[in-house]
Design a protein around this ligand. Structure first.
Ligand SMILES: Cc1cc2nc3c(=O)[nH]c(=O)nc-3n(C[C@H](O)[C@H](O)[C@H](O)COP(=O)(O)OP(=O)(O)OC[C@H]3O[C@@H](n4cnc5c(N)ncnc54)[C@H](O)[C@@H]3O)c2cc1C
Length: 465
């Protein structure tokens, strides 16, 4: 239902921003209330802009996004899509993998490749094949999840709420334009089966004024939320991504976001390794960078889950007293920052290394828009202080060119015109004159003088080697 600004930028990079236009709703607030309607926590998010050039938070419908991504993948000449085939065997050799895929007609086909990435969800067969175990926080609850379309598009329910009512912990959020998502926790005396039924959904929706007469039930399912991540993300030429590598309760809206961050982190590394531009050791930085980020997200999701997954009235009353007192002392909404990446492919000790780099509106060669659309993507050597291309020695320039990297002088009135001053602010706040940015929008390193551009590129070269 929810993705954040970094994920919006990843989707922009995947070429689906146009198809997503009109299918998302910015989410300026995320309220946590008790049964009496008092605020326990109020998260505030900027609905207009963010570091990444998109709303900080957007609500959407995952099946719609998946259909858009599917169409995009099929349109790429480098991708072939085979539906209805099940991976049943994986052999990981010294430098190749072989995957046995069983088709609907029962026949099995062997696919061979340099690498396989198991994005095969929570019950991942690839994870089993590579012998990975779990770090499991032991937090699991069953919730009935209901998607519906009210017939009156102006149906005015609460925008994004967690209703921490011990009589029925309930999630009420937007599901993108025209859609609503409700989630109802299974109470201790209920069985999964009695909850997993349309009648149960309508019974629980009735207090919100929703019935078959004024809304269409798109789907309902009981999910078990878990909090765990794989202890091994790579075994030689086989890797894991998405829910295959980690699962979290949905209260921070970060499970799919984490999977897309995995893809963005891994894609450029695999690309460089396959093209012989980086050593295979680069692939180890995938897990060292991503696992701490994802475990921090899981911790956050569990701590939010501990607030709402409370069916005991006395426990809920104690929580309400403590949290509403805290909420009254706050003068502004809580801002939830993204956690940092773990150690990996960065310049050690460099200011801002591992941070997400800014994207803002620019004008370049007469075209205005977001930087990635107007200037380009990939490795980027960016400076507000002058032309980074002119500051690079020949060797550095050739290496960056081999990686398909770009250089940009971004400043008011420069060849890349910093229209809203976002780049000037980002560099000033970090005391930096030049930044080398990775294709996943993460800062590889910064330096205080433009003359250090060559050293930054040399550091990348040695890191990749
Ligand atoms: C109620 C709920 C609310 C959520 N809300 C949010 C939210 O607001 N924001 C957010 O970011 N995330 C949210 N999530 C999490 C998000 O839905 C998941 O993290 C995401 O779907 C994981 O994507 P995935 O591609 O890794 O795995 P999946 O979506 O599980 O996809 C795995 C795919 O692999 C296929 N597969 C499995 N085994 C095989 C095999 N052997 N061979 C071939 N194919 C196979 C499956 O059929 C499936 O198509 C929510 C989850 C739930 C349950």
């Amino acid at each position: 239902m929810h993705f954040d600004h970094e994920v919006a930028r990843i989707l922009q990079g995947a070429g689906v921003a146009g198809a997503l236009a009109g299918r998302t709703v910015p989410a300026p607030v995320y309220e946590w209330r008790n049964a009496a309607g008092e605020t326990l926590i109020r998260f505030g998010r900027d609905a207009e802009r963010s570091l990444s050039g998109w709303p900080e938070s957007s609500m959407f419908c995952q099946p719609e996004l998946e259909a858009i991504l599917d169409a995009r993948a099929r349109a790429l000449p480098t991708v072939s899509v085979e539906r209805g085939a099940e991976g049943v065997g994986l052999r990981v050799g010294a430098d190749r993998v072989a995957l046995d895929a069983r088709r609907g007609d029962g026949r099995t086909r062997r696919l061979e490749a340099r690498y396989a990435v198991g994005c095969d969800g929570a019950n991942s067969f690839v994870r089993e094949q590579i012998g990975s175990g779990w770090h499991d926080l032991g937090f699991h609850f069953d919730w009935l999840v209901v998607d519906l379309v009210p017939s009156d598009p102006r149906w005015e329910g609460p925008l994004n709420w967690q209703l921490c009512d011990p009589a029925r912990p309930t999630t009420l959020v937007s599901g993108g334009p025209g859609r609503r998502r409700f989630e109802f926790m299974r109470l201790p005396h209920e069985t999964r089966d009695e909850l997993d039924h349309p009648d149960a959904a309508w019974r629980l929706l009735a207090p919100w004024g929703l019935s078959p007469g004024n809304a269409k039930l798109e789907r309902h399912a009981v999910y078990s939320f878990r909090a765990r991540w794989a202890d091994r993300w790579r075994a030689g030429h086989a890797l894991l991504a998405g829910d295959a590598a980690h699962q979290m309760p949905p209260f921070a809206g970060q499970g799919l976001c984490a999977g897309l961050r995995d893809a963005a982190n891994l894609a450029w590394k695999l690309d460089l390794v396959v093209r012989g531009l980086a050593s295979e050791a680069l692939l180890d930085t995938y897990a060292t960078e991503r696992a701490p980020h994802v475990s921090a997200m899981i911790d956050l999701s569990v701590s939010l889950g501990r607030v709402i997954c409370v069916a005991d009235p006395a426990e809920a009353a104690a929580r309400d007293r403590r949290m509403s007192a805290e909420a009254r002392t706050r003068t502004s909404p809580v801002a939830a920052a993204l956690p940092p990446l773990g150690p990996g492919c960065f310049v050690p000790g460099s200011r801002a290394a591992g941070e997400l780099f800014v994207q803002d509106r620019v004008r370049h060669r007469g075209v205005s828009g977001l930087f990635d659309d107007v200037v380009g993507r990939g490795f980027a050597l960016v400076s507000p202080a002058g032309d980074p291309a002119a500051a690079l020695d020949a060797e550095g320039a050739a290496f960056l060119a081999a990686l398909g990297g770009l250089t940009a002088h971004v400043a008011p009135g420069a060849p890349v015109d910093d229209l809203a001053g976002g780049y000037a602010r980002w560099f000033a706040e970090r005391g930096a004159a030049v930044a080398l940015v990775r294709p996943d929008f993460t800062v590889f390193g910064t330096a205080p003088a433009l003359t250090d551009a060559t050293a930054l590129v040399a550091a990348l070269r040695s890191r990749l080697a």
